[in-house]
Write a protein of this length. Sequence first.
Length: 114
Amino acid sequence: VQLVESGGGLVQPGGSLRLSCLASGFSFSTYGMSWYRRPPGKGREFVAVISTIGDSTNYADSVKGRFTISRDNVKNTVYLQMNSLKSEDTAVYYCFVFRNREYWGQGTQVTVSA
C-alpha cells in the first residue's frame, strides 16, 4: 500500500488549495478514504472521510462548509478541496486508509499565512 499526497503550499487567509492523494497497492475502490491533519505542536486530528463510491462523506466540525472530500476511482485518487482557509488550518495533511492495519501517506504541508 502506498499513499502519496500532493498539492500543499503557502496560501493567504481566505484562499483555496486542492490536495490530492494517489493510492496504489490495493483495491482503491473498495475502501473508504480519509484525510487527517497535524497542526504545529498538536496531535493528528480527523478532517474528512469518504465512502467507497463517494456517496457518503463526513467532516470535522472545524472544516464543515469549507472543505470538500471527493474521489476518482478510475484515477485511484482522493481529493480535499479547501476553501476559505484560515490560519488555524495550517498543518501537515495526511491521507489515510485502514486495510488490515493503518496506512498513512508522508503528508503535505499547508501553511495559511498573510
